[in-house]
Design a protein around this ligand. Structure first.
Ligand code: HGY
Ligand code: MN
Ligand code: MN
Length: 404
């Protein structure tokens, strides 16, 4: 069973024919189909599968808890109309690496586990890396259970509907204690490797980043009869804020994005009563991130004041800066250098479950070249040859970490 075989069985699941993007949101039909794929693939490799209290999927080679395990994997959920590789490349590569080791009759000295973390994108319930945060105690379970999707369905309801006992969701110290090291392989969400003509890189760290919800409350009115001077237009306050955010990001050498906006009531001939907008902000360090978000919040307050609109800003998700474990990082570099070229060290602005686990266990990342750098888009792509190089790199790293 090789990479392509495993990859092609997952590829059609949750893909939207019109956009060509993926709509794999946690605890939906597409997610359940992904979970079934995970179980079939694991079983065909002779691995024992488990779904933990937080909905994360595990496939075990060896008995959990017998020794500290070497864990590898990523996530299967997507952003709306995301690409095929963000997440799944890490899970498929993990299965392919295990298949390769078993074909070589490798005898691991400690358990190896393939993992697929739940709700990494936060596309349905708004908090990134929800499954790994719950597992590591990085989010309050009661808060998490009450997170709601766009239709008002809570995480607890969604898990219950999928046959899970949501009341159990929460820290899993026993499981975390069984992890000796975690390595997540992921498509690079950028073009550094392409610029360096390198197929594989090693993660150095992750920028601090977060999500803030901004609510602009104006006054609904008729688009065709309300004088401009009489309007309290939430849309104008939001629009001014979005433009200010771009300027603030440029001045702070950081990133700010409004990718999700909801206008109420959403009628072409009615002035908005409210606009709800989600800011994604990222910076090289937390002080800069604080400064960036502070400036955007101030710009929003001023814009709201100019338009007679109320404004509230609330943080919904935050990921502190991550530096991956230097011993694991250097050990992976040594293994890959022995196999050929010295892999570049890459910082990233993209969040990952490995970044959440890094607070509790030695964690590291391998990146696979993305020729265009495009991600969170149907256009996301990695060449098969680079994916196979990624599998070979992960196989060598697992053999080293789980070897005698
Ligand atoms: O948003 C991120 O950085 C990741 O894709 N969850
Ligand atoms: Mn992503
Ligand atoms: Mn990802």
């Amino acid at each position: 069973m090789n990479f392509t075989t495993i990859w092609e069985r997952l590829l059609p699941i949750g893909r939207n024919e019109r956009s060509g993007g993926y709509r794999r949101y946690s605890w939906t039909e597409a997610d359940m189909a992904c979970r079934a794929w995970f179980a079939r693939t694991a079983s065909s490799l002779g691995l024992r599968t488990d779904c933990d209290r937080n909905g994360n999927l595990w496939a075990w080679w060896g008995r959990p808890g017998s020794e500290q395990a070497v864990v590898t994997g990523s996530h299967l959920d997507s952003v709306p109309d995301g690409g095929a590789f963000d997440g799944p490349l890490g899970v498929v590569s993990a299965f392919a690496a295990v298949a390769e080791l078993r074909a070589l009759d490798f005898q691991p000295a400690r358990p190896i586990a393939v993992v697929a973390f739940a709700e990494e994108e936060g596309a349905r319930f708004g908090v990134a890396c929800l499954g790994s945060r719950l597992m590591t105690g990085a989010i309050d379970p009661a808060t998490a259970r009450e997170l709601r999707d766009g239709d008002g369905v809570s995480l607890a309801d969604a898990m219950t509907a999928a046959g899970r006992n949501a009341a159990l969701a929460g820290p899993d110290d026993e499981l975390v204690g069984q992890i000796g090291a975690l390595v997540e392989l992921h498509i690079e969400q950028g073009r550094a490797l392409d610029g360096l003509s390198a197929p594989v890189g090693i993660g150095a760290g992750i920028w601090p980043h977060g999500r803030w919800r901004l609510d602009f409350t104006g006054r609904a009115d008729h688009a065709g009869t309300t004088r401009l001077a009489d309007r309290r237009d939430a849309m104008l306050a939001f629009a001014a804020t979005a433009l200010s955010a771009r300027d603030a990001a440029a001045e702070c050498a950081s990133l700010a994005t409004f990718g999700k906006v909801v206008a109420e009531p959403g009628a072409a001939n009615a002035i908005c009563s409210a606009v709800h907008a989600w800011l994604d902000a990222r910076a090289a360090d937390e002080a800069t991130l604080d400064r960036l978000v502070g400036r955007i919040g101030e710009a929003a307050r001023q814009a709201a004041g100019r338009h007679g609109v109320l404004m509230e800003i609330n943080r919904e998700s935050f990921s502190p800066a991550v530096s991956f474990d230097p011993v694991l990082r250097d050990r992976m570099a040594g293994v890959l250098s022995a196999e050929g070229s010295v892999p570049p060290l890459l910082p990233t602005g993209a969040g990952h479950d490995a970044g959440v686990l890094a607070a509790r266990v030695p964690a590291g990342m391998l990146f696979v070249r993305n020729p265009t750098g495009v991600s969170h888009s149907p256009a996301e792509h990695a060449e098969l040859a680079d994916c196979e190089t990624g599998v070979a790199a992960l196989t060598a790293v697992l053999a080293d970490l789980a070897g005698r």
